[in-house]
Design a protein around this ligand. Structure first.
Ligand SMILES: NC(=O)CC[C@H](N)C(=O)O
Length: 215
C-alpha cells in the first residue's frame, strides 16, 4: 500500500497523474498498487487535541503503509504534517518519494533534525525564518501571482561524480535529463554544501528517493 500524504485528498481528480504513474509502475512489475490518501494536516500535533480520532487514524494509516509519496502543493496549509511525514519516513527507513513541495518538505525536515537548523523553513511558509532553506527563485516576482512560476521542461545535469545515484540509475544512467517544472520556490543554494556533507540527500533534483521502491 502506498500512502499519498497531500492536502487536496477529497477531490477526485487531485493527484491523478501520480495515481496513474503508480498504477503503471505496478503493472510493469506485476504488483497491484493500493493507494491510501492521507490528509497532511491530520498528522499535525494540533490535531491530537482538535480531532484525536482523525489524528490517530492518519498516523495508523501512515504506519501500516509500505511506502509514502508526498506530492506537490502550494501554501502553508498541511506543510507541518508533510514535514512530520518526511521525518517519520527517514527515521523508520520507509521508502519515500517527495515531489516538488514534498521534496521541499524533506529538505526542511533534514535541515531541522539532521543539520539542527532550528526553525528552518521555506519562505513560502514563513518568510521571517532564521534558516530559509527553501527560497523564492530569482525569476519569481512575489508581487504577482499569475505567470511567475518556473514552468515547463527544464534540463537537469547529473554531476559526473554521481556514479552511485539511484535517481540517475532510474533514468538509465544518463548525463542529463529533461523534466517538467511547476514551482516558484527552490532549495537555497547557500545550504547545498551542508546538505551534501551531511547526508545522501541531493537537493538539486525534484525528487528524493530513499531506498529502492519495494514493489
Ligand atoms: N509544484 C509544487 O509542488 C510547488 C511547490 C512550491 N509551492 C513552489 O511553488 O515551489
Amino acid at each position: 500500500m502506498v500512502a499519498i500524504v497531500g492536502k487536496y485528498t477529497r477531490l477526485e481528480d487531485s493527484y491523478i497523474s501520480i495515481r496513474k504513474a503508480l498504477h503503471h509502475a505496478g503493472n510493469k512489475i506485476d504488483y497491484k498498487v493500493n493507494i491510501k490518501f492521507l490528509e497532511a494536516s491530520n498528522l499535525e500535533s494540533t490535531m491530537l487535541s482538535d480531532n484525536p480520532a482523525s489524528y490517530h487514524d492518519a498516523w495508523h494509516n501512515l504506519c501500516v503503509c509500505d511506502c509514502v509519496v508526498v506530492p506537490g502543493g502550494f501554501g502553508k496549509c498541511g506543510v507541518e504534517g508533510k514535514i512530520k511525514t518526511c521525518k517519520w519516513c527517514r527515521v523508520n527507513d520507509k521508502p519515500f518519494l517527495g515531489i516538488c513541495l514534498g521534496f521541499q518538505a524533506a529538505v526542511i525536515e533534514f535541515s531541522r533534525n539532521v543539520l539542527k537548523l532550528d526553525g528552518a523553513n521555506s519562505t513560502e511558509v514563513y518568510s521571517e525564518t532564521k534558516h530559509p532553506v527553501v527560497i523564492d527563485m530569482p525569476e519569481h516576482n512575489t508581487s504577482e501571482m499569475g505567470g511567475t512560476m518556473r514552468l515547463g521542461k527544464r534540463t537537469t545535469l547529473f554531476k559526473p561524480s554521481a556514479v552511485t545515484s539511484k535517481i540517475r540509475r532510474l533514468y538509465g544512467n544518463k548525463d542529463k535529463i529533461d523534466e517538467r517544472h511547476r514551482h516558484r520556490y527552490e532549495v537555497n543554494p547557500e545550504y547545498i554544501d551542508q546538505f551534501e556533507k551531511n547526508g545522501n540527500c541531493i537537493p538539486l533534483v525534484l525528487m528524493l528517493i530513499k531506498k529502492e521502491w519495494k514493489y
